[in-house]
Design a protein around this ligand. Structure first.
Ligand code: HEM
Length: 478
């Protein structure tokens, strides 16, 4: 690949990385304010709590998703000639969405949470303005368009280079691969992830358009169960794709630190194809309490949820352990973030399986935010930060300082504390999405808030250090 192309992609990724980590920090801060209020240290009016919860969840997930997409481009730069103009368009759309999201939540008081379950957006009992609901749905449609552009580019460019069946690993599985049709793992996983993301975006676009029509014409009939299926197919897969993109990055970057290759093979190809099928079925565990859902679908939901947790996770985690075992790897901050991120993905996934298996006990309790906060805050986010560190090492020759290690361990303690307090309060029956906690459950929120402030401390260190390290990066257009 042309070296100046590689440096330009690295440059764009670096800038997007800097903007998204700041946005990530700001929207986490909003989540911490919400948690601090649940813990009783301050009092947010319930309507403000829900605005904050909505802004926090969409903002933090959106910024992480955009950041990790940029990091995926960065780690694909040696293999695929992705279109830089499309990257810029995608990022421009997301930028416009962020500004408008602030308007919808802070000026229009919109507060359904990210899930926008029908009919809530249209039945606010005066809590938010009608225009804010329409704007929110339109914004999500723009996010769908932006993500489809970047994922579409990955699928098209990878298919041109390796052939479609080569890029998704079918040739490897069939044993008819050649060196020309065998993509490196980062390409294989990114292509499968992108395809899965495009499918979920089709569901997302469909449901958002239907809801927008209903918004414009309330007489337009919508089926509740059909809409809920589409929303969760879209939302559940989207958040999983953030993690899968992160894992693809690990396959590319971890070998640099372990000084050993990590190649595609039949097992890697089978496991990621199986993950594609499983993750498409697993969303249904969100509907296990919806009794009109056909019974057979509920059985498939449980099966899909268990299956989603295993093939890719086991193959990747075992692969990573084998890669680093006795490799003499120097555990600088970047590989540490990466390795802990992978492990947290597994641990968070384990809790998700428990949620599907004991859904009667855990449905809509704090156990649910517990599992996803673990794999997002200590999993995907860790791999995102690892990549930022890797960029500054590779392009700026930066070395770790004491603050880098302090940031890592503070984030680790804070993230596990935030997630465990959610999980434990769920085990003891605290319901999720309660602005005011039920009597006797505030203690968990109070501890959760304290751990949240540790995360803020870590984020300030990480952002400060990233900006300092960026200054050492050589000019990009040399
Ligand atoms: C210190 C870090 C964080 C804190 C203190 C925090 C706090 C919160 C709180 C208080 C809620 C509402 C929980 C409820 O009552 O149901 C929440 C929900 C949520 N958070 Fe976080 N959060 C943090 C990090 C993150 C991260 C990193 C992500 C994603 C990348 C994230 C995504 C979400 C989502 C998707 C929801 C669900 C909103 C809904 O139910 O509609 N959070 N968070």
């Amino acid at each position: 690949m042309d070296i100046s192309y590689e440096r330009r992609v690295a440059g764009i990724s670096m800038v997007i990385g800097a903007i998204t980590i700041v946005l990530f920090g700001v929207t986490i801060f909003i989540g911490i304010i919400a948690r601090t209020s649940q813990g009783g240290f301050i009092t947010l009016r319930p309507d403000v709590f829900y605005e904050f919860m909505t802004l926090h969840s969409v903002g933090v997930a959106g910024s992480l998703m955009t950041g990790i997409t940029a990091m995926m481009w960065y780690s694909l730069r040696k293999h695929l000639n992705l279109h830089m103009n499309l990257m810029q368009i995608m990022f421009g759309i997301i930028g416009a969405v962020v500004v408008s999201l602030l308007a919808a939540t802070l000026l229009g008081f919109y507060g359904t949470g990210w899930t926008f379950l029908y009919p809530l957006p249209f039945k606010s009992a005066g809590a938010w303005d009608d225009w804010a609901a329409g704007l929110y749905l339109l914004l999500l449609l723009c996010v769908v368009a932006a993500m489809t552009i970047s994922w579409g580019d990955v699928v098209v460019v990878a298919s041109k280079k390796y052939g479609f069946s080569g890029a998704v690993g079918w040739k490897l599985i069939a044993g008819i691969d050649t060196p020309q049709t065998t993509p490196p793992p980062v390409v294989l996983i990114s292509t499968i992830t992108s395809l899965c993301g495009i499918l979920s975006n089709i569901a997302g676009a469909t449901v958002l358009i239907l809801l927008l029509i209903h918004w414009a014409d309330p007489g337009f009939y919508l089926d509740y169960l059909y809409i809920k299926n589409l929303i969760y197919y879209f939302g559940h897969i989207l958040m999983n794709m953030a993690m899968y993109m992160a894992v693809a990055i690990v396959y590319e970057l971890m070998p640099i630190y372990a000084k050993r290759p990590w190649k595609s093979n039949k097992i890697v190809a089978i496991s990621w194809n199986a993950a594609f099928i499983a993750v498409s079925l697993a969303y249904m565990h969100h509907l296990l309490q919806d009794f009109p859902q056909p019974f057979i679908i509920q059985v498939i939901a449980v099966f899909g949820s268990y299956m989603a947790a295993f093939p890719a996770t086991v193959v990747t985690v075992v692969g990573a352990m084998v890669l680093v075992y006795r490799s003499g790897i120097k555990w600088t901050v970047a590989p540490l973030y990466m390795f802990i991120g992978l492990m947290s993905w597994t641990i968070g996934g384990f809790w998700a399986v428990l949620d599907a298996g004991f859904n009667n006990a855990f449905h809509n309790t704090m156990f649910v935010p517990g599992h996803f906060h673990l794999y997002l805050l200590a999993g995907t986010s860790f791999i995102f930060v690892a990549t930022l560190y890797n960029i500054t090492e590779e392009l700026g020759g930066c070395k770790d300082a004491f603050e880098d290690r302090l940031g890592l361990w503070a984030w680790f303690i804070g993230a596990y504390g935030v997630a465990l307090t959610f999980l434990l309060s769920g085990v003891f029956g605290a319901p999720r999405r309660y602005a005011v906690q039920m009597p006797g459950k505030e203690m968990w929120s109070a501890f959760g808030a304290l751990f949240g402030w540790i995360v803020i401390f870590a984020l300030i260190l990480v952002i400060g250090r990233y900006i300092t390290r960026l200054q050492k990066v050589k000019p990009l257009r040399s």
